[in-house]
Design a protein around this ligand. Sequence first.
Ligand code: G6P
Length: 610
Amino acid sequence: MCGIVGYVGSKSADNILLNGLKRLEYRGYDSAGMAIVEDGHISTRRAKGRVTELEQILAEQPLKSTMGIAHTRWATHGKPSVKNAHPHVDASGRLALVHNGIIENHRSIRSLLEGKGIAFQSDTDTESLVQLIGYFYKESGDLTGSLQRALRDVQGTFGIALICADQPGRIIGARRGSPLIVGVGDGEFVIASDGSAIVEHTSQVIFLKDNEMVELSDGRYEISTMDAEPIQAQVDTLELTLEEIEIGSHEHYMHKEIFEQPQSLANCLAGRLDLQAGEVVLGGLSEVQREIANCKRVLLFACGTAWHAGLVGEYLFEELSFTPAEVEYSSELRYRNPIIEEGTIGIVLSQSGETADSLAALREIKRKGATVFGIVNVVGSSIARETDAGVYLHVGPEIGVASTKAFTAQVAVLTMMAIDMGRRRYLSHARAEELLKELHQIPGKVEKVLALEDQIRKITAKYVDRNNWLYLGRGVNYPVALEGALKLKEISYIHAEGMPAAEMKHGPIALIDEDMPVVVVAPKDHTYDKVLSNIEEVHTRQGRIIAIATEGDTRLSELAEEVIYVPQTSPLLSPLVTTIPLQLMAYHAALMRGQNVDKPRNLAKSVTVE
Ligand code: G6P
């Protein structure tokens, strides 16, 4: 949440920073701002709303410099407004700061400084930090020392970039809990919350670790701890290409990412399925074979869409690995007292690898002695680095705020992990081989579902004016129902509930009338007959049934207003195909309602606050 970017070098900074903000806008878009040092003083431009608003202001009142910092905000403390937009400047006007994270003790810092006569200009937590640095700086004149002192006093999380009017050509960055990456160019640096703001300038990067800071000036970088201990940093190569983050011929990133799924799933599976041997090859788990063999319980945890994938994982591990498995919301796990016995493997799922609740839960259960594996998309992200081992999704950057291709890849990775663990137990070679062959065919089947876009769009158009939807599924398709409902509500703002099909009769059935679309995920599996009974119950109450069915099914068309047929696959793998029509329905519903598909209100792609 919130994106920060800074540039120092010999080029004009404004466009580099603006483009960086556009790349980072998925992290929040409540306001945007930029600050530079010119003629010995700080100049800022700030705007409420999207980066394009800031762009317009800059067109009229340009900021010209070869250095600067910029920010795109997802509001936590202080409503979206110009005064709350970053960069924030201290009382002397000599320092400007951009910040991603939350300063938890901002109230006490603020009242302390207000007591000393410092007047605050905004309602943000961030301003307390820049005012505190400014307060120490006024006393000492030592910028780095003042920052270090202030960071010792603040509680909470931060990824920051700081500039000072007295030291043009210098940016200081620091992180604790929020990501920060330094792009190392030829005599220039780009510092940013993620690689997408850096990749068009350089692929050489340093991933700052927690409690590290970096000083960028005179074409040199210096990394140290916050206690001024120098650190020999490793320069990595960014695994990201410009093409991957361009929208191409699609109107929206979400559409691009939905349609990438045949390829992204193929990439995710590539080199990992040994069809002959009936085995899975997961390089990232090669060092933890003993832990997998001794595993007695799997504890999955995640947030949002990744949690839905985790719920599919619960079924997969029980069914294929014969191992007790449960999924927990990261935010709940960390505040419970989870009992971690010997043989517990934690699995954290996160597209971004930066979700604050998941990171905190990971640390908590590691502290309690669990081995934790990550299923992460962003290479080198905090969760990827802090887990004991893991499997990357390899689906390329996901930019649309509503997660699509990451979900299907998370389910694919969980399937591979469950088969891998199962083969050390009772999963037969024949069953594993059959599942792996099916898995191998999934990208082609997803392609077939995508070809139904036109039909799905027409069905969606018939119901798009309805304000309440139900999504039902059983077994592995219960999480798919949850995910379908989440997709619809997050981008079209239509109220939708997902639930296990059988639970409907314990309450929600009271809502059903002829106005309510009820999406039922009903592929042919061992729950099919029961789901059919649930569909009858909806039909009797005149609910409008939209069924997701297996090709060749003849019974559903008698009860459902609409049937979308997906290719047959192994029941356990069916979420990989049944999810696709629900993604497309949500996408088209949002478009038809005139909503901003890629940047839904109030949401951010990467939630780096707790
Ligand atoms: C946010 C996003 C969701 C995502 C969730 C978890 O809420 O809007 O799309 O599923 O965070 O994100 P992660 O990066 O940990 O998968």
